[in-house]
Design a protein around this ligand. Sequence first.
Ligand SMILES: *[C@@H]1O[C@H](CO)[C@@H](O)[C@H](O)[C@H]1NC(C)=O
Ligand SMILES: *[C@@H]1O[C@H](CO)[C@@H](O)[C@H](O)[C@H]1NC(C)=O
Length: 793
Amino acid sequence: MAPSLRNMCFGSRGQLLVFLLYFSYVVSGQIRYSIPEEMKKGSIIGNVAQDLGLDLKRLRLGRARIVTGESVQYTELKTDKGILVVSERIDREQLCGDTTPCALHFQIIMENPIEFYRVTIEITDINDNSPYFQRDSIKFEISESALIGAKFVLERAFDSDIGVNGLQSYTLNPTDNFSLKLHIQEDGSKKVEMVLQKPLDREKHEQLYLVLTAVDGGDPKMSGTVQIHVTVLDVNDNAPVFTKDVYKASLVENSLRGTLLTTVSANDIDQGLNGLVTYSISSSKVGILDLFQVDENNGKVRLIGKVDYETAKYYQIDIEAKDQGGLSDSSKLVVDIVDVNDNNPLIDMMSISKSVPENSPAQTIIAVMSVHDPDSDINGVVNCVLGENIPFTIQSTSNGFYSLVTDSELDREKASEYNISVTCSDEGVPSLSSSVTLTIQVSDVNDNAPVFERISYEAYIIENNTPGLSIFTVKATDADWNQNARVSYILEDSSINGVQVSSYVSVSADSGVIHALRSFDYEQIKDFQFRVKAQDGGSPPLSSNVTVKIMIQDQNDNAPQVLYPVHTSSSLVAEIVPRSADVGYLVTKVVAVDVDSGQNAWLSYKMQKTTERALFEVGLQNGEIRTIRQVTDKDAVKQRLTVVVEDNGQPSRSATVNVNVAVADSFPEVLSEFTDFTHEKEYNDNLTFYLVLALAVVSFLFITCLVVIISVKIYRWRQSRILYHSNLPVIPYYPPRYADTLGTGTLQRVYNYEVCRTTDSRKSDCKFSRPELFSGIKSENSIFKRDYCMLFL
Ligand SMILES: *[C@@H]1O[C@H](CO)[C@@H](O)[C@H](O)[C@H]1NC(C)=O
Ligand SMILES: *[C@@H]1O[C@H](CO)[C@@H](O)[C@H](O)[C@H]1NC(C)=O
């Protein structure tokens, strides 16, 4: 082709050479051109006239024309210029397809003479077509479990161009998972395959987009592409995975059934059923399945039983998650049980003393107990307290042990029994508590002496009692118990007037009854006292004593005794009343005593019998005999009065006395009257005695007075010498007995009388008592003494 083109271009310059060349064609009557396809219309293909060696004239005249068997006239012969031009678009691919070489064949015919020439125009290929695929995209669905090396046939591309302009190669992009493999087939075409080089992972890339490019060999190269869309199909290649290795939850004990603990969760990145996770408890530990439940669909763990902190403080639950393909994962749920103050403290008495002696020192241990609370922390911290106002305390020893000890000394006599309530409470909120009550007996110790009901006793007994009479009862009580409180009474030894008290009274040891052992005479002993001891039965025994005073009560067992006027057989006493005496003239005074006392000695005087009626009367109380009217001449000289002295006892006792009264103006008158008067009257035996006694007393009084006066004189003289400058009054000393004697009253006289009666010491006692008697009388009436003395003279 090249030489012919060069020919055409250089034809005018080297005519000979062209001729020689074309000659051979002429000989064969044909020419041959070669042009590329797709030349513009009018493009010159070749100079036919020149190449065929024909004259333009000949062409014109010969009416040269192109004869072709085809419908489309691609070329046109310009006869005026003798050139062949393109008249229609020439597409090699349309004209020849894959056939090579591709050429147009026609004849140029001339007339006059008819000549024809064969013309062949070879159409050469240009790269005007790019490779192409029949589809825009190719879809694959490949399981992610596809093995390496798996092949997937791809669509091949087409290129209308031929030769080097035809399809040359393929490329695949990206090549992460797949590589391209070409097989040259028998017809020379290529089979394109995609080979899996790296496993697919749906979980990473579910959709893969690749581009297959087909490239031809033209210059420039042209290409066509097709999209490859790979959908990776899921395989259960992923197990579920828990979100945590260990789940933690805390649960308050005694929570209600159905309480949600936590939600466990596992993810499975697989799809569909392969990713559908169900949960279960796989723990094999006994009891777990009765307590907890996991919802198999949503992983919520709930309580279905009852949890008690005191039984288990935590639980470990193994939980399994499984997908439908059978892959699984496991995790743990650790449930901490939170304590609730649901247990009362437990009080366990380890030892108790049932009783404690009352003299036990403080801190004596009564009981030991252990206190325990199964709750934890402050819910299990226990404090114990005792009830109020009891002499005990509670002491915490160690480790939940408490001892109950006495706080102070006990006194059985105040409280013989204690109910000690021990209350132990924990520190939870709200606090729980338990309590126990111990009953402790306080045992007796002999710490109390018997105590008499009174500080001292006074008892009365009427004289002349029968021996053996019970006077009264002393009683002592002992606050102790039983034997320690058993009181016995003992009479303590003492003497009364030199006589053992035990001969007066006795005391019954058991009952404390005091008996008189003899008959008492009030006039002999008015009272006496002794001590009674009360002693308990303790060891050692305790005792106390009490003074008992027995007062003997008077009985009217003595009649009054008239002391004055005294009648003896040998003497006659008469009172002299002058006839001139006024009304109310005191004649005499009857003096009587009664050794009894009180009412029994309260004397009253009555006139029983008088010679002259209504001349004298006797004072009811004082025994004074007075005139009640003027004495007249008619009244006899001799008057005889009988006075009854009566005491006030029940029954009363009495004595009578005769009083002789002489109504006269002179002593001789009296004497003459009384000579026979004396014989008339009764002889009184006692009178002599009294007269002698009176005389002796008067004498004695006189001597005593003298002695006293002299003594006092001497004493004063000596005192004035000693107390030379002193003006101190000098007080004479009188024995106490004398000092008392001025008091009036029956008792005083009785006492005096009594002393006189003491037979052994009559004289000496009378020496002291007589003056008292007379001074007493004297104080009452001085007239009496005057008359009395007169009579003796
Ligand atoms: C102690 O309790 C007992 C029984 O409850 C009761 O009989 C007794 O009187 C109580 N003692 C005291 C001192 O409260
Ligand atoms: C009698 O009791 C008193 C105290 O009350 C005591 O001083 C005295 O010693 C006791 N007498 C006897 C004999 O026990």
